[in-house]
Structures are given as C-alpha cells and as structure tokens.
Design a protein around this ligand. Structure first.
Ligand code: NAP
Length: 443
C-alpha cells in the first residue's frame, strides 16, 4: 500500500498501473455478529465508536465495468450513522438481497460491511469493458449503483429496480484504503481541491441538486424563496449554495449562532435560529400545535417581506413536516428526501389540498444529475463545506459527531492521505477561489 501512496504523493500517476493491487486493505466495517449490541438502548445513546471497527479485509475480485480505487479521503454521511447504529435495520439485509442477484453481486454478501458513500482518490485498476477510465486517473465517486438491465431505469437511472446506494446497500465502500465501484460512478476530481475537500460534497451535493434544482425534484427557478432546514448541515449547506447560485433566496433554519454564521459566510441573509426562537411544533408525542406553525410562518414572512416559501427543502421529517406543509406558499412544493426525526409524518391535509401544494419525494440523484452537481464543484461555483477532518482510525468519533448533531457542514476522513491539504493540482484556480473555499470550510 505504501508504494501506491508514495506514487500518488509524488504525483507519479503514470506509474500507478504498474503497481500491484494489495490483497488486503484496511476498511471501516460493522460486523454481522454485533447487530444486536445496542438492543434496548435509545437511538441517541447508541455510540458509533463501539460498532465501527477498522479491520483488515480482503480486496474483492474486480468484475466487468468496475474499478478499484485507492481512496485518499472520504466523508461521513448520515447513512453511515444509520449503519453504525443498526437503524432502522441492519444493512446486512441489503447485502444479502444484493447477493441473490448474481454471482458477482454475491461478493458483497459478507459477515462484515465496509461502509462509506463518498471518496476522492486514484484509480488503481479497471475491469473488462472499462474504457473511459484508467489507472492513475484522479477521481471522485458518486454513490449510485445500478444494473440498468431493466428499461425502467433507462430514462432516469434512479428508477432502476436494482438501484442501490454504494457503501450503504452495497459493500466495499469509501471509508477505507481501497474501494470497489462501478466505473459509471466515477467522475473527475475537481483539480483545485484537496483530497478531503473533493471527497466531501459527493452524496449530499448530488442529493441536494436533484431535490432542489432538477426537474425531477423541486425545479427551483430564479426568484424563488427556498426554506432550507438544517441549512448549515450536510444537505442544507449545498441546498443553500444552490439557492444562492441559482438566483433564489434561501431562508436558512439552523440551531445555533455558530451555524447561523456559517450560513452568513455562504452569503445567506435570511436566517432563523430554531433553538433561539424555541419552536415547539409538537406539544406532546401525538399532538402538534398549529399556533407554532403560524408563529414560524409569521417569522418567515417577517424576514422575506411577506413571501411564503415557494419550496421547502425537507429532511428532518416527523418533527418539522407539519410546519413545512403549513408554511409553503399556495401552489408551493415541499420536497423531501429523508425523515431524520421519524418517518411517520403528520400534517393537516387541508393546507395541502386547499392551497394546491405538492409534496415531492426525492432520493439521491441519477448519473447525469450527479455529474452536473460535480461539474459545479469543479467550476468553483459550489464549494466544499468540510469543517472537521478525522483520520480513518477515528471514523467512529466522526460518525458520533454527525449522530449528535455537533458538527457543521461535512465531516471528512483521511484514508490514505497522510495529512490535510494535499492533492491540489490547479493552484491558480485554487487561488482564485481561495477566499470562498476558506470561508465555506469555516476557516
Ligand atoms: P446532517 O449533516 O446531520 O444535517 C442535518 C441537519 O438537519 C442538522 O444539522 C440539523 O441542523 C437539522 N435537523 C436535524 N434534526 C432536526 C429536527 N428534528 N428539526 C429541525 N432540524 C433538524 O445530515 P444530512 O447529511 O444533511 O442528512 C440529513 C438527512 O437526510 C439524514 O436523515 C440523511 O440520512 C438523509 N439523506 C438522504 C439522502 C437521500 O438520498 N434520500 C441523501 C442524503 C441524506 P440544525 O440543528 O442546525 O437545525
């Protein structure tokens, strides 16, 4: 492995193809024999540091249309938190189901799951039939794994019946020294970014792009008012950027003055600190308080000069969904990709139908949307929001930060990269965007 790292650090990319692929590598795993370890413990107290292990695992056989990547850096996504606390289900069920698909898919069905759905690194080997990529290419990977054998997925690759999220519903993910991906997941690494910066947007940037910008999501247009929950978090920090970048006005919801400052540094002006305002949308476990929805809506109008949100960018789920449906403007869109606080949403349907609002479900992004979202990062129009970076051995702590919502933006993880700040190729472009990059990283 050291030879590979040395060649990458020396920027001898042409030499990579001549180096042997190690038979084993270190990867962050959950173990099948530990899925019951947190039984009886409340979700919030389940500690990813106990369930995520850095193990030496075998390098998988390389199949047609695939690539093995030397991973320089990766990032924490909420899906790794879900995997690490075995909620809502242990991910081994996903691997088992995938394994039934074909002998090659069977490789993924193992008693350990190497997690992680983002990477920045260098292609080590490509399998038969891969022509667009070669060893030595500097890449990032999006996390859409599809088979494309059914016509259902031919118009929008997210519609493939065998659609999976790599590193969550498949094995050999990015929180590791090596990763196995389908070559169609690969995209050029933005050349003005460091490894840890390049690794951090992938999943959330693509998701926010489809959810907010794409015709498949809310189809945001110039002049729209966009309410963004968790606006300094993983998804939200990209939704905020897309809104600002696309001529819309984000109304950023956050839970602390520090998080409000991050939104301000991205250029947002309308910010609500939900903790300071003390909204209690639920008066008890079963009952919502519409007067709190109204108070929230009035605050939004106060900030916007009277406009209600054209789009509500939803992901907290149960706790906020009733309020989200209420505050959207007449004819507005509530676009949701998650239910962090609970997936059984309750809202007053009168506000939806009488006001001709739409609820749109959105999930990750198709091949094209992922490519377009990455292109915006490469052009320096969208910036990474990685705020803290951990070594691979401390991935459990990194996941705990996200689980306890004590992070900001994205939390990065160094895999083969020995330290932060490496990997920039286009220094001139970086200098041009340095101010924004530093601000968005909270530096
Ligand atoms: P994140 O980095 O933790 O950010 C989420 C933010 O939402 C938090 O920082 C928090 O911000 C806010 N939030 C959390 N709970 C809330 C609540 N009860 N009420 C109001 N705001 C709340 O996570 P993320 O990466 O953005 O992911 C968010 C969710 O989306 C997760 O459930 C994840 O699994 C899901 N997701 C889905 C997809 C998909 O393709 N379907 C893709 C990515 C993520 P404040 O505390 O500042 O308000």
């Amino acid at each position: 492995m050291q030879e590979i790292v040395d060649a990458i650090l020396a920027e001898q990319y042409d030499a990579i193809g001549g180096l042997a692929v190690p038979g084993t590598y270190r990867g962050v795993v959950v173990r099948a024999d530990e899925v019951d370890m947190f039984q009886g413990i409340p979700s919030r107290e389940k500690d990813p540091r106990k369930s995520l292990h850095l193990d030496e695992v075998s390098t998988p056989e390389l199949g047609p249309g695939e690539a093995i990547v030397a991973v320089m850096a990766s990032a924490i996504n909420y899906n790794t938190v879900w995997t690490s606390i075995f909620e809502p289900l242990p991910t081994f069920g996903f691997l088992k189901r995938y394994g039934r698909l074909s002998p090659m898919a069977k490789r993924h069905d193992l008693p350990y799951h190497v997690v992680g759905s983002d990477l920045a690194g260098v292609v080590l080997r490509t399998g038969p039939g891969v022509n667009a990529w070669k060893p030595g290419d500097r890449v990032v990977a999006h996390c859409l794994s599809v088979e494309l054998e059914s016509p259902d997925g031919h118009g929008d690759t997210m519609m493939d019946p065998q659609q999976r999220i790599w590193g969550f519903e498949t094995n050999f993910g990015g929180l590791a020294e090596l990763a196995l991906v389908k070559s169609n997941q690969l995209m050029p690494m933005p050349d003005h970014l460091t490894w840890e910066e390049a690794a951090s947007p992938g999943l959330v940037n693509s998701t926010a792009y489809r959810q907010l910008v794409s015709r498949n999501g809310a189809d945001m247009k110039q002049g729209d008012t966009v309410l963004v929950w968790g606006a300094s978090g993983g998804l939200g920090s990209y939704a905020t950027q897309f809104a600002l970048n696309g001529g819309a006005t984000p109304v950023c919801i956050v839970s602390s003055p520090e998080k409000a400052e991050i939104c301000r540094s991205m250029g947002a002006e309308l910010i609500i600190d939900r903790s300071a305002e003390g909204y209690r949308f639920w008066s008890d476990e079963q009952t919502q308080d519409p007067s709190e929805w109204k108070r929230f809506g009035a605050r939004i109008r106060e900030l916007t000069g009277g406009d209600d949100p054209d789009i509500v960018f939803e992901h907290p789920g149960r706790e906020t969904f009733g309020a989200s449906v209420y505050v959207a403007r007449k004819g507005g869109t509530i676009v949701t990709c998650a239910s962090t606080s609970g997936y059984e949403h309750v809202f007053d349907n009168r506000y939806l139908w009488m006001n001709l609002k739409r609820i749109v479900g959105s999930h990750f992004a198709n091949y094209r949307e992922s490519w377009e979202a990455n292109k915006l990062v490469a052009k320096g129009m969208i910036h990474p929001t990685v705020s803290k970076v951990y070594p691979l051995a401390e991935t459990g702590q990194a996941a705990l930060d996200v689980h306890t919502n004590s992070h900001q933006g994205k939390v990065g993880v160094l895999c083969l990269a020995p330290k932060e700040g490496l990997g920039v190729v286009d220094h001139e472009k970086r200098a041009k965007h340095a101010d924004a990059i530093n601000r968005f990283r909270g530096a």
